[in-house]
Design a protein around this ligand. Structure first.
Ligand SMILES: NC(=O)C1=CN([C@@H]2O[C@H](COP(=O)(O)OP(=O)(O)OC[C@H]3O[C@@H](n4cnc5c(N)ncnc54)[C@H](O)[C@@H]3O)[C@@H](O)[C@H]2O)[C@@H](O)CC1
Ligand SMILES: [K+]
Length: 498
């Protein structure tokens, strides 16, 4: 089962793996043609009713695969207004092949004749709101042709491409509201994986394999960055306020996390650190806002102050550079037990996570050694390791990002029917040069900034991906001599250039 949002991400990941959408469209169209063939005989009349997006594009391809049927392609809208290059190219291929087409510019122009089969390729997962004209009138015409399937009359068979037009693939409900018009299909050919909304329809559903490599789902890719876009009208603070709690024995770590959070797009980042190191932390960058806690190390009596500072933050990053003194660990314990928000837990703070009962949503970012210390297991085989991490995340009830040559990210994803499920994804970006100190602090800050804008699992997956990309770009310039600060400056590029 896959949501339309995830489907779009997987599609982008497939393109990055060298399987572009036009290739997928060829497979989708072929699958639609197979379904038409199964529902008709040679010579039968087939009307393909097409919108101007890629859903229509699938049917343009299907028409080429139906040479022995009497096909007519009805385009709803002017050819110049076809919205995507690949759909337009397939439209032009139809014209060049002299396959019969008609152009329907308004509702009065809807005339589907009396076909044996109608292919509904008006709208797929790109629909917004209720069906607009002329799609609305065409949907009514399709319903009329289909007749009352229950009375046994041999009406026209209606085959929907991906999802019946006017239906939300995620919910199965009409996109224009309960009473809105949508196509009633006999069959649906959907692509790659079942969609949650389709199981609620009466239509029979075929899931067609269109050649999306399993790696497009198993590994993070550019699609995992969807949904992180900033709203151009947003105000200061709306793109995230992050509090980094750390420092004491080390000063660089909290500063690296905080600067990474800024570069990953957070608007305001504060560092709460012991007063004894505050000047040094501040000295790394004028961009940082430093809040001092009395003494030289994080301690239990900082609890109230840290909780107050955290109260109005989107995300807290706790752990970088705090060390493992009992007092500092006790502060982490108390803070996490009391906290209700979202936090990235890194470095020495990780070891308290299994001991703490909390309502907070945690994203834990251990390396293999820290994972073991938390009670998690690891394995040499990547898939086995991924499954162990998935199970451990479910057991902890928190998102895990386990760093390694392939990072493993496991977390909760919502599934309308199954309730919550725990999913795992791996990340292949990054390189051996990143074993240098500080890259983990950069990752924690990056994930912190992203977790202010998207759900924990998505933030962890996207963070691992961009951190590795930034590392690869740093390695391209500095080889194995790369340092953690090289990554920070490359984060915006990794996140926002496609
Ligand atoms: N991996 C994927 O996601 C794949 C998707 N494919 C196809 O691509 C489809 C999605 O394509 P698109 O994203 O181009 O979107 P659609 O083709 O579903 O719809 C976009 C078009 O519909 C118009 N539109 C939107 N809402 C409307 C409304 N309420 N009334 C009338 N017109 C409306 C838009 O202006 C645009 O022209 C899928 O459903 C599937 O059929 C396949 O080609 C292959 C792989
Ligand atoms: K459709």
């Amino acid at each position: 089962m896959i949501s339309s949002e995830r489907m779009a991400a997987v599609d982008a990941n497939a393109a990055a793996l060298g399987v572009p959408r036009k290739q997928l469209m060829e497979s989708s169209g072929n699958a639609v043609a197979r379904e038409v063939r199964a529902a008709s005989d040679p010579g039968d009349a087939v009307a393909l009713v097409c919108g101007r997006g890629n859903n229509g594009g699938d049917a343009f391809v299907a028409a080429r695969f139906l040479a022995d049927r009497d096909v007519t392609v009805h385009l709803l809208g002017r050819p110049e207004s076809i919205g995507t290059t690949i759909a337009r190219e397939n439209w032009e291929a139809l014209r060049a092949a002299e396959i019969p087409t008609t152009i329907v510019t308004d509702s009065a122009g809807v005339n589907l004749g009396a076909p044996d089969v109608v292919v509904d390729a008006m709208l797929g997962i790109g629909i917004a709101g209720g069906l607009r004209e002329p799609a609305r009138t065409a949907a009514e015409a399709i319903t009329e042709l289909r007749g009352d399937a229950d009375d046994g009359s041999a009406g026209t068979t209606v085959i929907a491409v991906d999802v019946p037009s006017g239906i939300d693939a995620d919910t199965g409900e009409p996109t224009g509201g309960e009473a809105a018009i949508a196509v009633d299909a006999d069959r649906v050919v959907t692509f790659h994986d079942a969609k949650p909304g389709l199981v609620r329809l009466e239509a029979s559903v075929t899931v067609a394999d269109i050649g999306i490599p399993a790696a497009a789902e198993r590994y993070t890719g550019p699609g995992d960055l969807h949904g992180l876009g900033r709203d151009p009208d947003s105000h200061k603070g709306e793109n995230g306020e992050v509090l980094v709690v750390g420092g004491g024995p080390y000063t660089g770590a909290p500063a690296l996390s905080a600067r990474a959070a800024l570069r990953a797009g957070a608007d305001l980042v504060r560092v709460a650190c012991p007063a004894g190191v505050a000047d040094e932390v501040q000295g790394y960058s004028a961009d940082l806002i430093v809040r001092e806690l009395p003494g030289d190390a994080l301690a239990p009596d900082h609890f109230r102050r840290v909780a107050d500072l955290a109260a109005d933050q989107d995300v807290v990053v706790i752990g970088p550079g705090m060390g493992d003194s009992e007092g500092s660990l006790e502060l982490a314990r108390r803070f996490l037990a009391d906290f209700h928000g979202r936090a990235v837990v890194d470095a020495d703070a990780l070891r308290v996570v299994p001991e703490v009962e909390t309502d907070a949503e945690l994203i834990c970012t251990p390396h293999q050694g820290e994972l073991r210390r938390m009670g998690g297991e690891t394995a040499a085989d990547p898939d086995e390791r991924a499954e162990l991490v998935r199970k451990f995340a479910a057991e902890l009830g928190h998102t895990l990002l386990v760093k390694g040559r392939y990072d493993v990210v496991a977390g909760r994803t919502a599934d309308a029917d199954a309730g919550e499920t725990w999913t795992v994804r791996q990340n292949r970006t990054g390189n051996p040069g990143m074993t240098v100190g500080g890259t983990g602090d950069v990752l924690a800050g990056t994930v912190g900034a992203l977790a202010a804008r998207t759900a924990p699992f998505e933030a962890a997956a996207a963070g691992a991906y961009v951190n590795g990309l930034a590392g690869d770009s740093a390695a391209a310039e500095n080889g194995h001599g790369l340092v953690a600060t090289d990554l920070i400056d490359r984060l915006p590029h990794a996140l926002y250039d496609e």
